[in-house]
Write a protein that binds this ligand. Structure first.
Ligand code: HEC
Ligand code: HEC
Ligand code: HEC
Ligand code: HEC
Ligand code: HEC
Ligand code: HEC
Length: 428
């Protein structure tokens, strides 16, 4: 009997040692995520000017220009070697003026780019200098063939690190819990087995044991008996019923709610590329947000402003070109759908209320495919009207209302105070 027990103990050691090993290894691995090294930037003449130039360039020029890519306008690598500073600055300020002055180079370039108008920019000399310094700095770097892919992988890297840190805390937590459980079990087990050895010893010496001790010595774990025991059946059915009821309630609450609805669109249009990477203003395409009830989905013409020249050989762009030629609209699938009985107005919320698109639509500029970010239930509208203060900036009518409100109440004026909870405001 004794040998059997020590054998068992040994076996359990065989089992526990690799267990500890795995946990310590995975703890080590989780910690190694912390030291996440980041690439240093290359040397340059004046980092702050270059930085400033970079943000001006990205904010105003990347829609049409790359360093190595022809987008709508030419690639700008080594522009300072093609043209002198004076010419470049004049062209950025007002390209049409330079072209109309009869400058041969400018006229030829203009014709070469199908007479596409470059936007005029009202930059100071300092800003112009910063942009040019940035382009020079980029030009001094090695030719990057896949500009888009490179920036993508930088983005992925950052995403990766935040995911890694989430995973880190999760795995650290799980590991600690596992470790505690094992220490506890091991502790109980060694205590019991010590007692078992002593009792066995006593028994073999012929001492009488009381009932409790006998139970320890002769204990055999009966799995079948355990499964049939009242305790087990009780706990198991409690968990089962709990899970069942919870999922029923969740199901009932989501009837008619389309949150996260993400239909497939006829063209693989990506907000991540257009609004994110190229920072095109939402208003450029959704022309109604500031002036009307509806935000508007852009017509084919708006796409054609750029795609008569960009990526015309790609199959997804071919779809735009055909639709344009056949004078037929693209059949986008609506993502957001309030029922007809409810009235919602974009101008009221964006232009008057001063709300960001992201408050209601989430991080659209990170979405390849748009999904419905908010619940769009009546409770969602009402909650926000209860919590949000009226934006009275630059609105004399509201300023008077706020004064009136403040004379009778200590709380700030919320949307509910101007009638944001009245049924008739939202229901026809
Ligand atoms: C709406 C698109 C558009 C935007 C935005 C734009 N450009 Fe242009 N750019 C062009 C086009 C098209 C040309 C080619 C000439 C033409 O058609 O007028 C051009 C030409 C140029 C040239 C001459 C290139 C050469 O090879 O000689 C320079 C320099 C230039 N742009 C700089 C800029 C800078 C700097 C910005 C940002 C501040 C900018 N552009 C923003 C469209 C644009
Ligand atoms: C280059 C044009 C363009 C730009 C810029 C743009 N969008 Fe869009 N947007 C579209 C097109 C096309 C659709 C319809 C296809 C789709 O749903 O992806 C759309 C759909 C949407 C929808 C879903 C509409 C529905 O069907 O209910 C929302 C919300 C939206 N955009 C918000 C934004 C926001 C916020 C921005 C700025 C961060 C933005 N868009 C910038 C073109 C654009
Ligand atoms: C202001 C300029 C601009 C407008 C307007 C615009 N796009 Fe784009 N679009 C771009 C640029 C820039 C790219 C990225 C080119 C690249 O990196 O290869 C792009 C890429 C795309 C791509 C990916 C092409 C591919 O397969 O690589 C699709 C699809 C697309 N656009 C659809 C649309 C649609 C649909 C509209 C109209 C709702 C639209 N775009 C309006 C500038 C524009
Ligand atoms: C207060 C919340 C809120 C804000 C802020 C908001 N939207 Fe919306 N948006 C909605 C709701 C609600 C709908 C659904 C409207 C419907 O179905 O009638 C919607 C629908 C849309 C649609 C689909 C077309 C349409 O007009 O129904 C687009 C596109 C859109 N929004 C773009 C934007 C853009 C771009 C901004 C920022 C300039 C913005 N939204 C700000 C709540 C908001
Ligand atoms: C993120 C907050 C927010 C959400 C969500 C929101 N609203 Fe509003 N709403 C506002 C604000 C802020 C105003 C006040 C605008 C102003 O200054 O006139 C407003 C005003 C209104 C008004 C005018 C009220 C009045 O008395 O003039 C109506 C109608 C309205 N919202 C309808 C809706 C509907 C319908 C929904 C849901 C589909 C909704 N809102 C969701 C913030 C929100
Ligand atoms: C801030 C805007 C707003 C106000 C104020 C408001 N509602 Fe609504 N209501 C909505 C929206 C949006 C929906 C649609 C919700 C959905 O589709 O889930 C809705 C849905 C409803 C529905 C359900 C219809 C259905 O098909 O399920 C009823 C009933 C209703 N409202 C009654 C009222 C009454 C009564 C009041 C006044 C006490 C009121 N509402 C005030 C925005 C509002």
């Amino acid at each position: 009997m004794q040998t059997k027990l020590t054998g068992r103990l040994k076996k359990s050691n065989n089992f526990l040692i690799p267990c500890f090993g795995t946990i310590i290894l995975s703890l080590f691995l989780s910690f190694s995520h912390i030291s996440y090294a980041q690439d240093e930037e290359g040397p340059s003449s004046d980092q702050s000017i270059v930085k400033n130039g970079e943000s001006l360039f990205k904010g105003n020029c990347t829609v049409c220009h790359g360093i190595d890519e022809v987008i709508i306008g030419p690639a700008l690598r080594d522009i300072h070697e093609r043209r002198n500073e004076e010419w470049i600055y004049a062209f950025i300020k007002n390209s049409q003026k330079v072209i109309k002055s009869g400058d041969e180079y400018a006229v030829e370039l203009y014709n070469q780019y199908n007479k596409t108008l470059m936007t005029s920019f009202d930059f100071s000399d300092e800003e112009l200098n910063a942009i040019l310094t940035y382009i020079k700095d980029e030009s001094s770097k090695e030719v990057q063939v896949l500009v888009a892919d490179a920036s993508q992988s930088i983005g992925d890297g950052q995403g990766g690190s935040s995911v890694a840190s989430d995973n880190f805390y999760l795995s650290l937590g799980l590991n600690l819990v596992l470790l505690l459980i094992i220490i506890f079990v091991l502790f109980r087990f060694t205590n019991l087995s010590k007692k078992y050895v002593i009792l066995k010893d006593n028994q073999s010496k012929g001492k009488l044991l009381d009932d409790k001790d006998l139970e320890i010595v002769e204990n055999r774990f009966d799995f079948k008996k355990f499964l049939r025991s009242n305790k087990f059946v009780g706990v198991a059915s409690f968990i089962f019923i709990g899970v069942f009821v919870k999922s029923c309630i969740d199901g009932l609450y989501t009837v008619g709610i389309q949150q996260n609805y993400q239909p497939t669109q006829p063209i693989a249009f990506s907000h991540k590329i257009h609004a994110g990477q190229y920072e095109i203003d939402c208003n450029y395409c959704h022309t109604g947000v500031n002036i009307s009830k509806s935000a508007n989905i852009p017509s084919v013409n708006i796409c054609m402003n750029c795609h008569n020249a960009i990526n015309t050989d790609k199959p997804e762009i071919q779809k735009i070109l055909t639709a344009y030629e056949e004078n037929r609209p693209i059949e986008w699938v609506r993502v957001h759908n309030l029922p007809d009985l409810a009235y919602f107005n974009h101008k009221q919320h964006v232009a008057v209320g001063g709300l960001d698109c992201a408050t209601c639509h989430g991080p659209i500029e990170e979405m390849d495919v748009v999904y419905q970010y908010s619940e769009l239930t009546m409770g969602w509208c009402i909650n926000c009207h209860r919590e949000t203060e009226v934006n009275a900036k630059g609105n004399d009518y509201y300023k008077k209302l706020v004064e009136l409100h403040n004379s009778s109440s200590k709380k700030p004026m919320k949307v509910e105070d101007i009638g944001g909870l009245e049924c008739s405001k939202c229901h026809y």
